[in-house]
Ligand binder design. Sequence first.
Ligand SMILES: Nc1nc2c(ncn2[C@@H]2O[C@H](COP(=O)(O)OP(=O)(O)OP(=O)(O)O)[C@@H](O)[C@H]2O)c(=O)[nH]1
Ligand SMILES: [Mg+2]
Length: 202
Amino acid sequence: MEIKKAKFVRSLSAFGEFPGQGLPEIAMVGKSNVGKSSLINNLTRNSKLARTSSEPGKTRLVNLFLINESFFLVDLPGYGFAKASKQEKEKWAGMIEGYLQNSKHLKRVFQLVDIRHAPTEDDKLMVDYLRHYGIPFTVVATKADKLSKAQRGRNLPVICRDLVVQPWEVLVHSSKDSTGRALMLEHIGRELGEADAEDVNV
Ligand SMILES: Nc1nc2c(ncn2[C@@H]2O[C@H](COP(=O)(O)OP(=O)(O)OP(=O)(O)O)[C@@H](O)[C@H]2O)c(=O)[nH]1
Ligand SMILES: [Mg+2]
């Protein structure tokens, strides 16, 4: 699929404020600083759409971006930000869970992990949570530009083992050099039930 139009719609601090419009939603989940907001900017080719920062804890609300007038990309606050106060951590966790539990149109979660590191305990808990509630998810290994192909090959099995996913299920992505961007868009298109050009011609 191609993204032709992307716009910020609104931020939610608590679930229930969003009228929804019935359009499908795809959400980004992961620890603080893993690259959730950057991924949205990379997919939409708009570096200013979602706010990013080298400091963890940038996204503090549930932010909704309307894509092609037909679905939402949802940027969530990160978890596992050690420096946040207990109160802030609880607030963010509440927002993440509140969104995941209540969104009636959530089609898929992209669970982001940093390709350089083994998943954290929080990552494992998050994946367990998604499994427990039957929320479809795809693991995205981010910041691929930071590793050589050989290093990626060594790290991916650890990610697969710890999150109990198959290697072919993991998407490798870089917001810096757009590695994996086309494949991610293809996945999103398929998720939203878009027919491929080839299918249409059959
Ligand atoms: N080299 C490289 N840097 C990246 C990539 N993705 C994100 N970054 C950098 O990582 C930092 C964090 O990116 P964000 O997109 O703000 O991360 P986030 O997951 O939204 O973080 P929170 O909103 O704090 O939860 C920024 O400095 C980005 O430029 C990537 O694919 N490659
Ligand atoms: Mg963010």
